[in-house]
Design a protein. Sequence first.
Length: 256
Amino acid sequence: MWPEPYWFWPHFMFQKSSSLFLSILFLFTIHGCSGRSSISNHSEIVYPDWFWQPPTNFLSAVGYARTYYNRKSSVDVATENAIEQLARQLQVNISGEIIAMNDQQAEKFQETISEGLRERITNSHYLLKTFVTPKLTVVLISEQERSVSDKITPMSKNKPDWLYQIPNENEYEYGVGSSNLTYFPETAWQKAEKRAIIDLAANLHSKIGSVNSHSKAYHQNISNSKTKIQLQNVLVIARWFSIQDGSYHVLVRMTK
């Protein structure tokens, strides 16, 4: 008398083999996903030269947007962002302050962009270039119709000199802005550009006052830097992304 039907053994082994295979596949998938990072994905992306080093012989602006299924929607959103950025570069009023205490720092800035200027650019801009990646759509606009190269350049892995030391020139004032890694690169680039313009404003005009605060337990040095200035015709000179730590960096320049 057979203890079990003769067909049970192959069927049972098939179930065990399938379960083992699925378990191995699951572990392999988890390992593969954990081994990948958003930073390494960025290293495979290339951008046009006009993105890394925008034109400096005329005023232009890059706009960013998430890449949607409908490409036209991505380009439209990026163009709206570029119009905002071009208006900011043409003229922006910045006011705010930075308060530093020991190793801690807090900042608060406000910017005002003319609605009339934004409307003018909306009605008169030229869409010079578009470039689409799986995650990011970028466009280049200007109020002038210009020819721009389509040359594509891989991202440089070398940290640029302007991140070690900001340029010091008699004719120009510079500003550098940075942003940390985020899942949405368009947000990071926008933050880096805004911070670069704020840094430029702070470099051009700042009032610094020091107040010594004393208590029984400790002595603190407080530095208060206030800025109120109008910037005009700001150029974005360079962009750089760090593969090592996933940070975004922008260099801007304005004639003194």
